[in-house]
Design a protein around this ligand. Structure first.
Ligand code: ADE
Ligand code: ZN
Length: 324
């Protein structure tokens, strides 16, 4: 199999987290922003724990200052995804980094990112995302901005950040606002925290998709519920291994979850931080877990069925993936 050429759908990718280190360094040089401590001697992002990863991520975002910067980033990331066979993707965007809560500014950032997305051969939708550790009040602002700009490429609303902070229920107001605006919903849970975090998220926020959700494997009743309710997991194996959630791919529960009837999809999360890309993810699943072309077709079909897009786009893309 030529893993880079397999057509792929990628639902879980943070735009800023996908920024190539060289791209961030170039912008930092152009703008004279100090990036000491962000890169190691090989030019890779520096972090060891999950909290350090989030801190380095936010430091790197300091160079992204204007709509034009985000337009350039969108173009660079889409080009990289296309080189790994991605034909449909959804990007988590962080309005907190795009104008800091000002609706007029956010619309300017969105226009620049939309222009870059529309110039790309990859079909893209946007999921503005609140950052959990910034708290429920900030999340409400983000949800309001997402609701105000729903339509066009903005089709979802999500939550990332530090899952150990606050209770899922604290974000119910923000998620309800996004739901009422017709946005698809997804939230990170069961990544660094356990199965209870997924349960709380399902009960309080009622998303159709969960970012990661892999620690659901610790609770057989939850696994049954995910399967029965057809909740879709955005699984990012390389990210989980890099963050030490599982030791390696052989210890990763993606196959067990799938074989229990849970709908799984595959993405990279923040590829340069986790030293991965979609080609590497597929190669690993094939070479280490024995996944076949039929398995890849199945996850891509599942991802397109769960995608936050219109029905014409869904039908067109579903036809790209054979079998299943
Ligand atoms: N933001 C960017 N990547 C993230 C991850 N893997 N978990 C939580 N928040 C994130
Ligand atoms: Zn993520």
């Amino acid at each position: 199999m030529n893993f880079s050429e397999i057509p792929k759908t990628e639902l879980h990718l943070h735009l800023e987290g996908a920024a190539p280190p060289a791209f961030i360094r170039r912008l930092a040089q152009e703008k004279g922003v100090n990036m000491d401590g962000v890169f190691d001697e090989n030019g890779a992002y520096v972090w060891t724990t999950f909290v350090e990863f989030l801190a380095t991520y936010e430091r790197a975002c300091e160079v992204l200052k204007s709509p034009e910067d985000f337009g350039r980033l969108m173009a660079a990331v889409l080009q990289e995804q296309a080189s790994h066979g991605v034909v449909y993707t959804e990007h988590f965007l962080a309005p907190d980094f795009c104008g800091g809560g000002d609706l007029v500014a956010w619309k300017e950032y969105l226009a620049a990112m939309t222009e870059a997305a529309e110039a790309s051969p990859v079909e893209v939708r946007f999921i503005p995302t609140c950052v959990r550790h910034m708290g429920p009040e900030q999340a409400k602002i983000t949800a309001r901005m997402s609701a105000e700009t729903a339509g066009g490429l903005v089709t979802g609303f999500g939550m990332g950040g530090d899952e150990s902070q606050f209770a899922a229920a604290d974000f119910a107001y923000a998620f309800d606002m996004a739901r009422e605006a017709g946005l698809g919903l997804t939230s990170h849970a069961g990544e660094v925290e356990g199965a209870d975090s997924v349960l709380d998220t399902l009960d309080a926020l009622r998303p159709s998709r969960i970012g990661h959700g892999v620690r659901s494997i610790e609770d057989p009743a939850l696994v049954e519920r995910l399967a029965a309710e057809a909740v879709v997991l955005e699984v990012c194996p390389g990210s989980n291994i890099s963050l030490g959630v599982f030791a390696d791919l052989k210890a990763h529960p993606i196959t067990a979850l799938r074989d229990s009837g849970v709908i799984v999809t595959v993405s990279t999360d923040d590829p340069p931080y986790f030293h991965t890309d979609m080609t590497a993810e597929y190669r690993g699943l094939s070479e280490q877990l024995g996944w076949t072309q039929a398995d890849f077709d199945a996850i891509n079909q599942a991802a397109m069925k769960a995608a936050f897009c219109d029905e014409v786009t869904r039908a067109k893309l579903l036809a790209t993936f054979n079998g299943a």
